[in-house]
Design a protein around this ligand. Structure first.
Ligand code: PMP
Length: 360
């Protein structure tokens, strides 16, 4: 079978070695005579899977001891709600920066619970950039501050993280988690749906500083209470066993391939190949993100007109490049180049782009 060059925005391409290991484990997981989908979530084997994944993540990101790692269901969308339910008392205010669709969703979720202060926004500029530090007004009395590190739809990404002083910084890293080295200690909480860089859909990873857990209100249902859920090591109920297993395999792949330093180098290389051809021919491949806010995960562009974009997508698909259509809300072309997309895959795509340009 020929595998496609898969540029899907998420769920997205996964490392082949992880898929191959998982394929075997579907039938026989570690010689148990049962498949991974069939083992108990209370078994010794699965306990090793979840603990192993957590240890790998700790190693890869040098997660300090004062942080807990959890595996949640309900996607990043449920985190939007849980963050507010746990950390935003009704009489308090939280700072949010609106950099796109997912930030807006997070804001809407918080507004159901308490007050939101819009600390910064690039909505008026159709989200083509990340607000500059001097454009963001943080409140010193905010319960927390929330940002979206990478805006999957608009192709923008924070190049440096803001300093919110004593106010706990919470970050939705769904689409760039584990794509570069990271100083976890800058954050009170990081969360990410797994289905881009870390695994399949069905599990959302969160790293929480322990002092935040003291804020969780007792009245919340245990499944929605970070402190209670984490006290049960993410197994308050039946966790998404297979998704967590896959996350472990992907983390192993990252470690086996040199860790985050190598991942970051490869991601830099892939992004510079794509932005390079766009900068060489900006009238044909017109980048939609401002140069100072360009994402290294989702590279967004427009071609001269919509017919040309349709032709581009069709010809690309004929050559095995799939998943390149921009989000339905913005149109255009989006090249998602998550960790498991090889440099070679991007080189091939860039060759195709050059040939397409020439022929049209
Ligand atoms: N945040 C970001 C940055 C995303 O890209 C997405 C999904 N594309 C979400 C949140 C929503 O994630 P989920 O579907 O897991 O709820």
């Amino acid at each position: 079978m020929a595998r496609k060059y898969n540029f899907n925005p998420g769920p997205a391409v996964l490392p082949l070695s992880a898929l191959e290991t998982a394929a075997k484990a579907l039938i026989d997981f570690q010689g148990t005579g049962m498949g991974i989908l069939e083992v108990s979530h209370r078994s010794k084997e699965f306990t090793e899977v979840i603990e192993g994944a957590t240890e790998r993540l700790r190693r890869l990101l040098s997660v300090p001891d004062e942080y807990e790692i959890g595996y949640f269901q309900g996607g990043a969308n449920l985190q939007f709600n849980m963050i507010a339910m746990n950390f935003l008392p009704a009489d308090a205010v939280a700072d949010y920066v609106d950099t796109g669709t997912w930030s807006s969703r997070a804001i809407q979720a918080a507004e159901l619970v308490g007050k939101v202060h819009l600390a910064g926004s690039s909505k008026d500029e159709k989200y083509r950039r990340i607000p500059r530090p001097e454009e963001i007004q943080w409140r010193a009395d905010a319960a927390y501050a929330h940002i979206t590190s990478n805006n999957t739809i608009y192709g923008t990404q924070y190049q440096a993280f803001p300093d919110t002083g004593k106010v706990p910084l919470i970050c939705d890293m769904s689409s760039d988690f584990l794509s570069r080295r990271l100083d976890v200690s800058r954050f009170a909480m990081i969360y990410a749906g797994a289905q881009k860089n870390v695994g399949p859909a069905g599990v959302t990873l969160a790293i929480l500083r322990k002092d935040m857990l003291e804020r969780c209100p007792d009245g919340l249902p245990p499944m929605l209470n970070y402190a209670k859920f984490l006290a049960k090591k993410s197994t308050y109920n039946t966790p998404p066993v297979f998704a967590i297993y896959m996350v472990g395999l992907v983390l192993q792949w990252v470690e086996d391939n040199g860790g985050l330093e190598v991942v970051e180098q490869n991601n830099d290389r892939k992004a510079s190949l794509l932005y390079g051809i766009m900068d060489d021919d900006p009238d044909f491949f017109r980048g939609t993100a401002a140069a100072d806010s360009r994402s290294k995960m989702n590279v967004t562009m427009r071609l001269p007109d919509e017919d040309m974009e349709k032709a581009f997508l069709a010809e690309a698909a004929d050559r095995g490049f799939v998943g390149l259509k921009g989000h339905r809300s913005v149109g255009g072309i989006r090249v998602s180049i998550y960790n498991a997309m090889s440099v070679e895959g991007v080189e091939k795509l860039v060759d195709f782009m050059k040939a397409f340009r020439k022929n049209h």
